[in-house]
Design a protein around this ligand. Structure first.
Ligand code: UDX
Length: 434
C-alpha cells in the first residue's frame, strides 16, 4: 500500500514509521520545512524511545520519506491519513478542527484514482462527515471514501502500542475502503489483534469514550487515595484488591498527582462540549475534569503542609517535570500547577527532568538542575512528581546529606515508607496514612 501521513507530529510520525516497518511505502508530509529538513537528516522532533532507529532503518530501506509537498504524494497514494493537531480552541474548549479541514481541502485537490482518506487525528463526532463534504465540494470528480481510525498510542510506549494494539478501530461504511483498511493493518490482523469495524460516528466516539473512561478511572482512584489517607487505609492495596476483579481490571489504578498530557485533558473537555451541544451532558466526565484540575494545585498545598505550612524562602526540589516518564512532553503536566502553587507561597523551586527541561523552560521560571542530587542541594523538601526509572533507586543517604531538612513527598508512591524512613526521612506518600 502507498500511504501518506499528513502531519508529521507525534501520531503521524510514529504511525508512519510503523506502517513503513510493516512493508508499506510511506510518505510523511508536514508544512514545517525545518521539521522535514531535520527528519531528512535523521533528527527526531520529539523524544520517543526507539523512534529514531525505526525511522532510520525504514528510510534506508526506501520505504519511508519526508516532504513538504503534499500534492505529488497524495496523487500516488492509496490511503491518506490526516494526523494533524486538534488542540483545544481558545475560549470554548471545543476541538479546533481548522488544521483537519485545511488538510482535507488540500488533499482533495490531488486525489487521483480511488483514495481512502482516514482521520487519525482525534476529532469530534461528525467530523468525518464534514471532511467528506469538503473533499466533494473541492473536487467533485474525486473517487474517495472517508474513514475514521483513531489512535490509542501512549507516549513513551507508542511504537509498542502501535505494533501490539489491544484493538484497531475502523469506522467505515464503504466496502472498497474496508478492504483497503484490512490490507493496511494486515500484519496486525494476522497477529490476532482484533479489528473492530463500525460506523464512522461510532468510531469517532469510541476514541473519546476510551480516553474519558481512563481519565475517570485515574480520578476515581485518586479520590479513593484521599479517603485512604483519612481513614488509615492503603490505596495501593485497594488498587490491587479491586483491580484483580476482571470486571475492573488492574491498569490505570495508580493514584498520583492527577493526569496530564496531550490527550486526556483536551479530549475530556471536547467530549463534555460535544455532549452539551447535543443536550446530553456527560456529568461524570464534567466532574472528573473539575476534580483533576483541583488535584494538581492540591498537590502543591500538600507539599506546603509537609513543611509545616510555611515555605517562604525555602528551597524545594522537584524530581520529574514531564506529565509522565519516557517523554519530553510538558503539556498539562501536574508539575506546572505544583510549581506555581509553591512559588505563590514564596518557595524557591528547582527542578530536574531527564528529558523535559527544554520544554519546561518555556513553561516555568525556576532553576533547573543537572541531576537529582543537585536538586537536593540545600532543599527543605524533595517532591517526586514523575516516576522516571532513574528516580526509583536514588541513593537515599546521599540525598539526605545534601538537604537542609529531609522531607520527601512521593506523589507516585515509588518508594516504601519503611525504607525511606529507615534513612531518617520524613516521608509522605499518596493514599497512605502518614
Ligand atoms: C493516553 C492514552 O493512554 C492513549 O491511549 C491515548 O491515545 C492518548 O492518551 P498518554 O497521554 O500518552 O496516552 O499517557 P497515559 O500513559 O495514558 O497517561 C496519561 C496520564 O495519566 C499521565 O499523566 C499519567 O501519569 C496519568 N496516570 C496514568 C495516572 O496518574 N495513573 C494511572 O494509573 C495511569
Amino acid at each position: 500500500m502507498r500511504i501518506v501521513m499528513v502531519g508529521s507530529g507525534y501520531v503521524g510520525l510514529v504511525s508512519g514509521a510503523c506502517f513503513a516497518d510493516f512493508g508499506h511505502d510511506v510518505v510523511c508530509v508536514d508544512k514545517a520545512a525545518e521539521k522535514i529538513a531535520a527528519l531528512n537528516n535523521g533528527i527526531m522532533p520529539i523524544y520517543e524511545p526507539g523512534l529514531d532507529a525505526l525511522v532510520a532503518s525504514n528510510r534506508s530501506a526506501g520505504r519511508l520519506s519526508f516532504t513538504t509537498e503534499l500534492g505529488p504524494a497524495v496523487e500516488a497514494a492509496d490511503v491518506v491519513f490526516i494526523a494533524v493537531g486538534t488542540p483545544s480552541r481558545r475560549g470554548d474548549g471545543h476541538a479546533d478542527l481548522s488544521y483537519v479541514y485545511a488538510a482535507a481541502a488540500e488533499i482533495a485537490q490531488s486525489i487521483k484514482g480511488f483514495t481512502v482518506v482516514v482521520t487519525k487525528s482525534t476529532v469530534p463526532v461528525g467530523t468525518g462527515d464534514e471532511v467528506e463534504r469538503i473533499i466533494r465540494e473541492t473536487n467533485p470528480e474525486a473517487d474517495f471514501a472517508v474513514v475514521s481510525n483513531p489512535e490509542f498510542l501512549r507516549e513513551g510506549a507508542a511504537i509498542d502500542d502501535f505494533k501490539r494494539p489491544d484493538r484497531i478501530v475502523v469506522g467505515v461504511t464503504d466496502d472498497r475502503a474496508r478492504g483497503v483498511m484490512t490490507e493496511v493493518y494486515r500484519p496486525l490482523y494476522l497477529n490476532q489483534s482484533p479489528l473492530v469495524f463500525t460506523g464512522r460516528r461510532t468510531s469517532e466516539l469510541i476514541k473519546y469514550a476510551a480516553n474519558a473512561f481512563l481519565a475517570m478511572k485515574i480520578t476515581f482512584i485518586n479520590e479513593i487515595a484521599d479517603l485512604c489517607e483519612r481513614v488509615g487505609a492503603d490505596v495501593q492495596d485497594v488498587s490491587r484488591g479491586i483491580g484483580l476483579d476482571g470486571r475492573i481490571g488492574s491498569k490505570f489504578l495508580h493514584a498520583g498527582p492527577g493526569y496530564g498530557g496531550s490527550c486526556f485533558p483536551k479530549d475530556t473537555l471536547a467530549l463534555v462540549k460535544t455532549a452539551q451541544d447535543h443536550d446530553s451532558p456527560v456529568r461524570l466526565i464534567e466532574t472528573t475534569i473539575a476534580i483533576n484540575d483541583n488535584r494538581k494545585r492540591a498537590m502543591g498545598r500538600r507539599v506546603i503542609a509537609a513543611l509545616g505550612g510555611d515555605v517562604r524562602g525555602k528551597k524545594i526540589g522537584i524530581l520529574g517535570l514531564t506529565f509522565k516518564p519516557n517523554t519530553d512532553d510538558m503539556r498539562d503536566s501536574p508539575a506546572i500547577a505544583i510549581v506555581q502553587t509553591l512559588k505563590d507561597a514564596g518557595a524557591i523551586v528547582s527542578g530536574y527532568d531527564p528529558e523535559g527541561i527544554d520544554n519546561a523552560r518555556q513553561m516555568m521560571d525556576i532553576a533547573f538542575a543537572s541531576g537529582p542530587y543537585q536538586v537536593a542541594e540545600g532543599a527543605a523538601a524533595l517532591v517526586l512528581v514523575t516516576e522516571w526509572n532513574q528516580f526509583r533507586a536514588l541513593d537515599l543517604p546521599r540525598l539526605k546529606s545534601l538537604m537542609v531538612t529531609p522531607v520527601f513527598v512521593d506523589l507516585r508512591n515509588v518508594y516504601r515508607a519503611s525504607e525511606v524512613e529507615a534513612h531518617g526521612f520524613d516521608y509522605h506518600a499518596i493514599g497512605k496514612a502518614d
